[in-house]
Design a protein around this ligand. Sequence first.
Ligand code: HEM
Length: 232
Amino acid sequence: MRDKLDVIMDEIIERHKRNRRSNSEFGSEDLVDVFLRVQEEGNLKYPITNDSIKAVLYDLFIGGTETSLTTIDWAMVELLRRHEAMAKAQAKTLRLHPPAPVLPRACINEQVIDGYTIPAGQKLLFNIWAMQRDPRYWKDPEKFEPERFENSSVDFLGGDHQFLPFGGGKRMCPGMTFGTTTVESVLAQLLYNFDWKLPAGVVRAQDVDMIESNGITAARKDNLFVVATPYK
Ligand code: HEM
């Protein structure tokens, strides 16, 4: 898989080298054009290699696909389980189902938190999945309730620490706007054009298996089978 992706990344870089776009006033360069320009200018303390460019592209492909897909899948399942919520559906699924459930960090200086000493250099994992379901901060935490955000200032921009589906601080997700736009536009298209129901007699809404798969992203383990009826 990695070798195949490597060939694709090489091709992307070669294609950009052949068809260089210039840095016009409105910035017709894309990200790879910018990297190649800075690479050629060559005045950086830590030069950009083709491997660095490939690593960033890889990050964007990985970070930008599975996260949004996972969120759309969870949103559809939650909406099927609460059919009346479909009408006012919003992509608030991220509170119950953050696709990246644990975030890695390393401690720069020694810190004491809740009586625990965390030494400098210690690697930590933040369980945002658990924080977003913590009854100290959320009423009926397990309930899928898009309305709970209607009269609330709590948001996922990184300032409300009980709700961090895009992380926070310097390493916060750079694709947040792209991700939310993708999820909202796909969900809007799906919900505007079709009524969605579970196949009759196959499984009851409350019996849909909501278990997560193991992995870096917390996707739903089961595949989703639904019946779509186009609105006239
Ligand atoms: C629903 C959609 C998405 C969710 C929930 C999501 C979530 C996250 C989270 C939790 C992190 C770690 C942040 C931290 O450690 O503080 C992250 C990092 C990242 N995301 Fe996203 N993401 C989404 C969409 C995207 C998209 C569309 C892209 C790019 C096209 C993207 C690119 C990245 C990259 C490159 C990083 C690493 C940033 C770094 O380490 O400095 N993500 N994302």
